[in-house]
Ligand binder design. Sequence first.
Ligand code: EPU
Length: 317
Amino acid sequence: MASLNSHAKDLSRFWQGKILWDIPMAQFSTLKVGGPAEAVISVENIEDLTRLHHWLKENDIDWWIVGRGSNILVPDKGLTGVIIVLAGEFRSIEKLSIKPLSSGEEKVLIRAGGGCSLSKLVSYCTAQSLTGLEFGVGIPGSIGGAIVMNAGAWGCDIGSLVDSAILMDSDGNIATKQGKNLGFLYRKWSMGKNTILLSATLAFRPGNKENIKDTCRKYQELRHNNQPVAEASAGSFFKNPPDDSAGRLIDEAGFKGFSIGGAKVSETHANFIINTGTASAANILDLMHVIQQEILKRFGIKLEPEVHILGGGLNQS
Ligand code: EPU
């Protein structure tokens, strides 16, 4: 894979839409760190994405899909290649059908684009009195990012709601897959690297609007009480190890409030690394390594980051 360098002019000629050059990735990441991306392109529809994907492949250029940037850590040296932002029709939500279930209940199928924000879908479901996604309130991601990492909270995850999804594989081929074939596990799916989620059809149940609002309010309150929601972070930094909690282990090791440069372990929840305003990506990575080493030494547990550290592979985050 190559950087854009010598291809920048070709890209300007090829791509009719707007290209943003050398844009600091800090503005595309909720951690607010990260050096410049060579080029950022917003893509409005599948046809344009297919053309761009083909061009990037033909020229062997790195590319990255970035959604709300709520689960990424971009290195200070930035990213080579093209950042693709799914906009336009990738942000739409549409009601497809209502299907009766054998239990006598109904399921309502809603299609959402990969670039649509999860919070927009939560609001849509509330307005339409559809239940199932209340757990997603306050999760700051895109549908694509949420599905790729099987985002979850309060014992629920998005994978269990996915009826089917339209995907583009690494060769640019588009296919529909059933949700049960996406291989959802704790905080990941099992699709190949470089698979792009174009849209997903999720199944919800008709519910009572006031109950849905109450549940959302309850989850928001829990989040506000237990997590540093007002600070720059990428949510939980580490995955929970099997049958344990990263937050509990980091807390027990005495890390709350510990900082390296502008990166600090939250005093509210030990599994949140926050940018106090001056953090570099290196500060965050250093803090991550110190925590991992200490937790391994004390408890014999290797904590894996939940945050996608960009630079070593392609991603939809
Ligand atoms: N705990 C501590 N100290 C802390 C934080 C937590 O002792 O500083 C203890 C808690 O008392 C509790 C246990 O650790 O007994 C688990 O903590 P919590 O209930 O906060 O849940 P979590 O496992 O840390 C997970 C998700 C969150 C999600 C919450 C609520 C992961 C990695 N994180 O957190 O998801 O919001 O449950 O359901 O699975 C995210 O993925 O970005 C995220 C925020």
